[in-house]
Ligand binder design. Sequence first.
Ligand code: GLP
Length: 262
Amino acid sequence: MNNQTPHVEPIRLVVVPDVLSMAARGADEIEVVLKDAAQPVLGLATGGTMEHLYPELIRRFQAGKISFRNATTFNLDEYYPIEATHPQSYRCFMGEKLFNYVDLTLTPVEGARWGQTFVPNVGGEHVGAVCLGYEQAIIKAGGIDVQILGIGKNGHIAFNEPGTSPWSRTRIVKLAENTREANARYFGSSADVPEFAVTMGISTILEADKIVLLASGEGKAAAIKRALTGPVSADCPASYLQLHPNVTFIVDRAAARDLALP
Ligand code: GLP
């Protein structure tokens, strides 16, 4: 019998004054991986929070501080069904916010439809095959060096909604109504937000070497508190991050509001 107690490091909490400092600290984490790894593998996210991070990465690229030339990127999730060309698809979001402005190849190479960038957009393919293929592509790339995450007000990470199993992998999920409402701002109304999504699972995310979660604003304060200090529970999928040995939360003061800090 193995009587060793597993050693899990607590989540590192970095509280910064504002959203711009959050973006700068998040970009630092990516810069380290881009500089240190021969073939960096980045796990990327979408959402309003990331709209602060990506301009900072573009600035550093334009200043010659970082290059994505040898990198491969995997996005967490994508709506389903949605065309890759739909302006609200996460494929489009990534093109507009980051991919089109840095030195990543976006044309097909060796069967990869968008070169060095992966987003789980199903297109006309079989959804199960796309999910399995996504997991295989991550393994083939050597695993994710750093996974960037946002957090939903209900504690979701990627599109892993409350109730998600810790053993979940890339799959199709039904979106929670409050998530569709939160994302209605992009589509015009919540009825226009697709009902489903393809998302990396909790197990997929926990296999990354390092995880960096970014959050800003009071609206995230309750979810941040539950993720950091609550029980590890399917009620708050972000709480599963407590099980990973190398996680950093970078949050602004507003998002840290509910934490008892000195
Ligand atoms: C979406 C994404 C998540 C993201 C979350 C928070 O639902 N699938 O990956 O973390 O929203 O988004 P925002 O940064 O806009 O608050």
